[in-house]
Ligand binder design. Structure first.
Ligand SMILES: *[C@@H]1O[C@H](CO)[C@@H](O)[C@H](O)[C@H]1NC(C)=O
Ligand SMILES: *[C@@H]1O[C@H](CO)[C@@H](O)[C@H](O)[C@H]1NC(C)=O
Ligand SMILES: *[C@@H]1O[C@H](CO)[C@@H](O)[C@H](O)[C@H]1NC(C)=O
Length: 442
């Protein structure tokens, strides 16, 4: 999709940088939820539980390293954050007499303007609010969820970063618009977080050291070396020249430069005229290659087991609870990163191979199936509201028996043994000068 749009956009580029803002990566507002249909076999589906996985909305650039000389972008952060200390966990309405606002001191940050690095922008906030409104149409207006937020029904989760937390808040506002309370008290909505150390909202080598082994093995493989020599190295040289860089790029540096380019394009900031739309397209697809090729090492399923499978496993447990227990929560949100969404879709072998846009959204719906004979369950996967067939299941929704089999293949079964590093030699080796870290940043 990105490639096609680039083709169209290239021709307008010289006239207006603004047309770039319609790049799919920047996020779109064309979300359309695919309503549940009756099955071909006449089955009736009833929604039991929903899991929504998002990437945060549009943000400022992620890393502190400069983009290029003469970068003229000045960031204007309309969006700030305010909070108040709260003591009790179990109270869900409080009287608010004061809140504290974070103010980024102008002129004291890495970027020109008054924005922090990697912060959600007001554009990103709006994208997630729209996600929330669309979810309200799909799940509240249809009677599946109560019209008002309830912590017995809803579980919002994010990692401990401001852009993902604010994305969850924006989505919550769109989904459950607050109304002036009669009691004079304000509603408390829980946003659940945990320490980054053992968070599984993205693949985490602290939970499973084998993840790093697989990444290192991939970047030591013949197929990567060949790709590196043929594509990556010449491309980095081309980028160094186009940007007039005075240092040697590494693949991690190339990811940073790509982020710089995309962040500028999504905000209509100028990029150096020596960088053509074709070059932007090629660096973006190189980054996509680096990520998706790693997700396939050694196989899609084995990679998932040591990485994003930890999150999928939690989702699967919540689904099992919903099938056994009528009081189970009905709606879960996981507000994460591209490094959440991309491996997640890849684990199901249902990825489009593209860099997941800002505010991209996955929905996993647990359905009860009623036929004349019996009651069963099925799972439906949606990306940007569009139904996706999980290839292992061959049909959508995926019947529970197949889904359950596939869960065995992509979630950790024996992490104590399976996560153990089995290639110590490689792990202890000095870091490759070409690729100092295989870290996926978000
Ligand atoms: C839900 O919120 C509305 C205001 O939006 C309020 O009028 C209504 O009483 C609430 N319902 C419940 C069950 O609390
Ligand atoms: C940056 O600006 C300076 C002064 O205008 C100019 O000499 C230099 O070539 C520019 N560098 C780039 C990479 O555009
Ligand atoms: C992924 O899905 C494709 C069909 O889209 C199938 O041909 C392929 O075998 C699947 N790969 C794995 C590893 O499941």
């Amino acid at each position: 999709m990105a490639a096609r749009s680039f083709l169209i956009l290239c021709c307008f580029f010289s006239h207006s940088a603004l047309t770039w803002a319609t790049l799919p990566y920047c996020g779109s507002d064309s979300y359309k939820y695919t309503p549940l249909q009756r099955g071909d076999n006449g089955n009736e589906y009833t929604l039991k539980q929903v899991h929504v996985i998002i990437r945060h909305g549009d943000r400022t650039r992620a890393e502190a390293a400069p983009c290029w000389a003469n970068d003229t972008a000045v960031w204007d952060c309309l969006l700030t954050s305010a909070s108040l200390p709260v003591i009790k966990h179990d109270i869900h309405d409080i009287t608010v007499d004061r809140i504290y606002r974070d103010v980024y001191i102008p002129g004291r940050n890495v970027m020109k303007g008054d924005c922090g690095l990697g912060h959600l922008t007001s554009k990103g906030y709006k994208q997630e609010e729209d996600n929330g409104k669309n979810l309200r149409k799909a799940y509240v207006d249809t009677g599946f969820l109560s019209p008002n937020y309830s912590n017995h029904e809803i579980f919002f989760r994010t990692d401990d970063m401001s852009r993902t937390r604010q994305s969850a808040q924006a989505l919550a506002i769109g989904m459950f618009p607050p109304s002036a309370p009669l009691s004079g008290k304000s509603q408390v909505v829980d946003i659940n977080v945990m320490d980054k150390e053992f968070d599984d909202i993205e693949p985490n080598a602290n939970l499973c050291p084998k993840l790093n082994q697989y990444r290192k093995e991939f970047f030591a493989s013949e197929s990567w070396k060949q790709h590196y020599n043929e594509i990556t190295e010449p491309l980095m040289a081309e980028v160094e020249k186009a940007l007039g860089l005075t240092y040697k790029l590494t693949p991690v540096g190339l990811i940073h430069i790509t982020d710089c380019l995309l962040v500028h394009i999504c905000h209509g900031f100028p990029i150096p005229p020596s960088v053509s739309s074709d070059l932007v397209e090629r660096v973006a697809s190189e980054v996509e290659y680096m990520w998706y090729a790693t997700f396939e090492y050694p196989t899609i399923q084995d990679h998932a087991k040591v990485g994003i499978g930890f999150l999928i496993s939690e989702i699967w447990m919540a689904m099992q609870e919903a099938m056994e227990e009528s009081k189970a929560r009905k709606f879960y949100l996981y507000s994460g990163h591209d490094s959440t969404v991309m491996p997640f879709m890849k684990a199901f072998n249902a990825s489009d191979g593209k860099w997941s846009p800002y505010a991209s959204m996955i929905q996993l719906e647990l359905l009860e199936t009623t036929s004349s004979k019996n009651t069963d369950y099925a799972v439906r996967l949606l990306y940007h509201g569009q139904e996706r067939v999980i290839p292992y299941c061959r049909v959508s929704p995926c019947p529970l028996a197949q889904f359950s089999e596939y869960m065995q293949a992509i979630t950790p079964q024996h992490p104590d043994t399976d996560c153990k590093v089995t290639n110590a030699r490689l792990m202890n080796k000095a870091r490759s000068p070409h690729f100092r870290a295989a870290r996926v940043f978000a």
